[in-house]
Write a protein that binds this ligand. Structure first.
Ligand code: FAD
Length: 276
């Protein structure tokens, strides 16, 4: 497989045990020399300080180029302004800008309604200081009115000043290629990096996929079900499937690969070990 830049996504640990796990994972994945790592953000501010602390730690103690995710839902302009100042002070040059999903029961939708407004806000406040990544949905965002409008909404984020996009994960390479073709026809020419979800806990992945609208093809579900309690079989098959997906994506022109590492090294390592 041609060498492409890699990035790894982590979530912010909240206790000592999780912090130790992230440290082990970061140390193991460092050997792949990722272009950058990113750290998720709980919409509505639920991980506000954890995300910034984790980004600082990944930069200062692990030496990564670390990018915070920043979601606007539930937040005020002032809160977002303060966070941007903090990230700039820490030395961040890249941000993953999202709308996020408001946790149920949280009333205030926030000052900015969509990721396109957040991208515009970051550009207005900080010019070109940050490289801005936005989310893309090859299988259509689950709340979109329809697939074509979703493409237009994606384009609005690009027009507002995004520099690159990372996709929701998927297991069907044609969904990615179809999405890239469709947005190129709309005049979008920024890099669209596939988000890769290694398969470790299959039942958890199935539940999560239903919520975020990612389809797991029937043939994969059937094979996984057939493995039953055979955890090794699931791991091996999952790593084979995801490695083949990565090979197809890169052969078809994907400019980089972004792994949803979820603070575990092994599932990502198992995929990368199968790739040249
Ligand atoms: P948007 O681009 O704003 O789109 C959201 C929906 O609104 C879409 O259906 C879109 O079609 C529609 N829409 C957009 N503009 C308009 C408009 N003007 N009028 C009408 N409809 C419109 N979530 C987190 O909480 N924290 C994270 O750290 C996080 N990281 C992520 C990283 C990646 C790479 C990805 C792919 C997703 C991540 N998410 C995260 C999930 C994301 O927040 C959710 O998918 C969320 O529902 C949408 O966010 P968005 O930025 O894509 O929203």
């Amino acid at each position: 497989m041609a060498a492409v830049p890699l990035s790894f996504e982590f979530y912010p640990p909240k206790n000592d045990e999780q912090r130790a796990q992230l440290d082990r994972t970061a140390a193991r994945l460092k050997e792949y020399a990722p272009e950058y790592v990113s750290c998720t953000f709980g919409a509505g501010g639920s991980t506000l300080s954890y995300t910034s602390e984790t980004v600082r730690h990944l930069k200062q103690d692990h030496g990564f180029d670390a990018a915070p995710h920043l979601s606007c839902v539930g937040g005020t302009r002032e809160q977002i302004r303060e966070l941007l100042k903090l990230y700039r002070a820490i030395g961040c040059r890249r941000i993953v800008a999202l709308r996020g999903d408001l946790p149920s029961g949280m009333g205030h939708p926030g000052d900015l309604r969509y990721a396109s407004e957040l991208v515009g806000f970051i550009r207005a406040e900080h010019g070109d200081h940050f490289r801005i990544e936005v989310a893309a949905y090859p299988e259509t965002h689950p709340q979109a009115d329809d697939a074509l409008r979703d493409l237009q909404h994606f384009k609005a984020k690009v027009d507002a000043g995004a520099d690159g996009a990372i996709t929701q994960y998927f297991y069907n390479a044609d969904a990615y290629f179809g999405f890239v073709d469709a947005v190129r026809k709309l005049g979008v020419d920024l890099p669209i990096v596939p988000g890769i979800m290694p398969i470790s806990n299959f039942s958890q992945l199935r539940r999560f996929s239903e919520q975020c609208g990612a389809e797991i093809p029937r043939w994969i579900v059937k094979r996984m079900q057939a493995y039953g309690d055979d955890a090794d079989g699931i791991r091996e098959f999952g790593a084979d499937v995801v490695a083949k997906l990565c090979e197809r994506l890169v052969a078809g022109g994907a400019p980089a690969l972004h792994f949803y590492a979820l603070n575990l090294a092994r599932p990502t390592q198992a995929v990368l070990a199968r790739l040249d």
